[in-house]
Design a protein around this ligand. Sequence first.
Ligand code: C2E
Ligand code: CA
Ligand code: CA
Ligand code: CA
Length: 281
Amino acid sequence: MYFSKKSGKNRVTVFALTDANVDFSIKAAIHNGIQEGEFFMEYQPQYDMDRRLIGAEALMRWTNRDLGRVGPDQFIPIVEDSGLMPFLGKWALRYSCHQLKKFHALDPDFVLSVNVSPIQFNSDHFDQEVLEVIAETGIDPTRLILEITESTLMSSQEKTERALAHLREKGIRFSIDDFGTGFSSLSYLTRLPVSSIKIDRAFITAMGAGPSAETSDNKLVCAMINLAHSIDLKVVAEGVETDMQYAFLKNAGCNLVQGYLLGKPMSADSMVRAFRQQLEV
Ligand code: C2E
Ligand code: CA
Ligand code: CA
Ligand code: CA
């Protein structure tokens, strides 16, 4: 794994984290980073098909003193390897729920989605930890959605299913992230207490132009939406970047959209401002 390190004016040096030192250095950097406030969350707005802001997805950010800004696609796999994902994941959930409590002062219906890695989900006492965070922050559990991937369910042992059922019973909902990319059997959709799917950005990007485009990629997205609706699941489309994609998704009956067209990930303060604006109109 390589990180580019900014040093001096525009000089960029690249150094490698070898297996030998990755464990120690990254664990130390992450522990330290949490304490120093290097980790924080951003929030990407989610809209219904009337372009009403209804909620957000919490996304983790890390700006390290030495490495600069490191993307979650880079640091999360390392965190998972180093065994710290349950710890960092719980931190992210707590941070996000504290923020959700504040969003609820503006709108008690605001729904926040938080990502959960398979390693975190399958760690011991995951369900207990979620309930602890909910109790501690005082949020309404029916306004929290946990985004899990098909790989979380593929390893699906009794323990996973019990945790899912237990949390669902308490009002927490589950959404299948990156839907369609996991090569897994779809039987889990009816067997497990899942509430929605998030169609992966790759499928949205592949769609052709026009609200009723007849390309096979468009038909595939339509088929996913119809499949989900036929078993009472809601559909979120992620990575929506163009008006054409939005128009097509609206026409196809998609429930919620998220993407650069409507809003990039932003600070909590910016999210609050976006909200206030909506309340004023
Ligand atoms: P994801 O959960 O699929 O999140 C969506 C990613 O797509 C985010 O990247 C978001 O910024 C980006 N995105 C949203 N709309 C658009 C768009 O219209 N165009 C393009 N090109 N990109 C868009 P980000 O924030 O870099 O996160 C990358 C991945 O890192 C996430 O993918 C997720 O798998 C992981 N991640 C982020 N935060 C967390 C976290 O708190 N916990 C866990 N376990 N994973 C996280
Ligand atoms: Ca996600
Ligand atoms: Ca996703
Ligand atoms: Ca993704």
